[in-house]
Write a protein that binds this ligand. Structure first.
Ligand SMILES: *[C@@H]1O[C@H](CO)[C@@H](O)[C@H](O)[C@H]1NC(C)=O
Ligand SMILES: *[C@@H]1O[C@H](CO)[C@@H](O)[C@H](O)[C@H]1NC(C)=O
Ligand SMILES: *[C@@H]1O[C@H](CO)[C@@H](O)[C@H](O)[C@H]1NC(C)=O
Ligand SMILES: *[C@@H]1O[C@H](CO)[C@@H](O)[C@H](O)[C@H]1NC(C)=O
Ligand SMILES: *[C@@H]1O[C@H](CO)[C@@H](O)[C@H](O)[C@H]1NC(C)=O
Ligand SMILES: *[C@@H]1O[C@H](CO)[C@@H](O)[C@H](O)[C@H]1NC(C)=O
Length: 419
């Protein structure tokens, strides 16, 4: 004998959301599951369920033990036993149960969570919400008042969530809806967690004179986040735009602000950080650091000091050229006849050193002859521009002996240990 059983069906809507700050259409069941009978040994049974204006996550549950059959995006718990089909795009989630056995006789619940992700306790199992037990008290007209608490471990996701409960009893099909209670939740500017304050600069080479804009954007925050800018670890006040706000996750706001500067060689290497915080929390959320890489044409350093040098015949001389540039310059030495000088002759040594942005090139003439005196040209060039430093090399006379000695010492200390 086949054993006919009744499969009971209910639907539950958790938290219908309707609010000034959280505008959304109210979802409802346009096709509700209806009670179905099936026999032990039947191939399958089907429950229909379609949600209109669906905003929540849909799940199917098997009532008596509250076991989860299906959660949207996670799929069914048992592929051989269950299938959830239909056009999900229009909210259709029909449940098919295969190979009917007596244990299938149960309540099947098509459940739609509230608006916000992670809100359906039963579905997500992450325990943000739980129901207290029902308590009953004597009510008017010898009736009963039932109370029940909903416990919510408040997350940023709950901001603007509204809750309602529904009462019914066995004698009436009407259910009575409560008023709505809305949760307003403060959260620091790091939602959706983990989210970091973003600081973005220009892409591509920056050339001195360019106007550069940096953009700082906080994560979602409630209340709105303030931003603090730092240039080389010092609070920056000038050049900062007004703040603008963008609606964001969990009904929070992102704060956006710009910093604009006209670059020069001096702003090369400047570092920038921005920080976000709001009035409700101590925590400060810093962006990653941006360091400006400003390109500029070569500039001569110590131009006057390096423009002259002298030595005695047969002595050795160091002719120095110091070039500040980014990127590094190529330095070429020319003599008074515009001949390019190189190590090759054996009489000359050229040594170079580049540190941060300063390139020092030293032209050493080993054993000075009369014909070596004259002008030397240090030509420095990078992709932006070039510059020439002229050095007059002459025979020593009593007046500038000290000068020459000082230069000799400077040279050896500069290259100490590098030779
Ligand atoms: C389905 O059956 C259950 C009990 O078997 C009953 O309480 C419920 O009202 C029925 N639902 C409908 C829609 O007929
Ligand atoms: C009455 O409420 C209970 C508990 O939520 C539910 O299982 C049942 O389906 C409801 N009945 C009606 C007619 O809505
Ligand atoms: C960017 O800089 C590099 C050197 O760092 C240079 O070689 C390149 O030509 C530059 N690009 C442009 C578009 O100027
Ligand atoms: C150059 O010669 C003068 C005297 O002719 C001498 O006093 C001086 O020390 C010499 N300088 C160097 C750097 O050799
Ligand atoms: C060397 O070249 C520069 C420009 O390249 C020129 O101004 C200068 O007159 C030249 N000098 C000689 C001695 O040719
Ligand atoms: C010239 O030779 C010295 C060592 O004798 C070396 O350190 C230097 O790099 C050379 N310079 C160039 C431009 O090749």
């Amino acid at each position: 004998m086949t054993n006919h059983r009744i499969l009971d069906v209910v639907m539950v809507v958790l938290g219908s959301m309707l609010l000034g700050c959280c505008v959304a259409a109210q979802q409802y069941f346009s096709v509700k599951p209806s009670n179905t009978t099936a026999a032990h040994g039947d191939e399958y049974a089907v429950f229909l369920c379609t949600v209109e204006d669906k905003t929540g996550k849909l799940s199917w549950e098997k009532g008596s033990i509250g076991s989860i059959i299906y959660i949207e995006d996670s799929g069914v718990s048992d592929d051989d036993k269950y299938d959830v089909s239909g056009n999900h795009f229009i909210g259709q989630y029909d449940l098919t149960i295969y190979d009917i056995v007596i244990n299938d006789d149960d309540e099947y619940i098509c459940k739609i969570s509230g608006l916000l992700p992670g809100l359906s306790i039963e579905a997500s199992g992450d325990g943000y919400e739980s129901l207290g037990s029902e308590n009953e008290y004597d009510g008017a007209y010898y009736g009963t008042i039932t109370t029940q608490d909903l416990h919510i471990a408040v997350q940023a996701e709950h901001n603007c969530a509204s809750y309602q409960c529904e009462g019914n009893n066995t004698q009436f099909t009407d259910t009575i809806l409560s008023n709505e209670e809305t949760l307003y939740v403060y959260f620091p500017p790091n939602e959706p967690s983990p989210c970091t304050t973003s600081l973005r600069g220009p892409t591509g080479n920056i050339t001195a004179g360019d106007i550069v804009t940096l953009q700082c954007t906080s994560c979602s925050s409630n209340p709105i986040a303030h931003l603090t800018w730092y240039q080389n670890n010092i609070v920056l006040n000038d050049g900062i735009s007004l703040k603008t706000y963008v609606e964001s996750e969990y009904n929070g706001m992102r704060t956006v602000q710009y910093y604009t500067l006209t670059t020069s060689q001096y702003s090369h290497g400047f570092t920038y950080i921005c920080e976000a915080f709001n009035d409700e929390f101590q925590d400060v959320f810093a962006s990653t650091q941006i360091q400006l890489d400003v390109h500029y044409a070569p500039i001569t350093e110590n131009r006057v000091t390096n423009s002259r040098c002298a030595t005695n015949l047969t002595e050795q001389v160091n002719i120095i050229c110091e070039i500040n540039s980014n990127p590094e310059s190529v330095i070429t030495w020319l003599d008074q006849y515009n001949e390019t000088l190189s190590n090759d002759t054996g009489k000359i040594i050229i040594r170079e050193k580049y540190e941060t942005v300063l390139k020092t090139s030293i032209l050493t003439i080993m054993s000075v002859e009369e014909s070596d005196f004259g002008e030397y040209y240090c030509v420095a060039r990078n992709y932006i521009g070039s510059i020439i430093q002229t050095v007059l090399f002459s025979e020593i006379c009593k007046d500038n002996v000290n000068n020459v000695d000082a230069r000799g010492i400077g040279f050896f200390s500069l290259f100490d240990g590098n030779a």
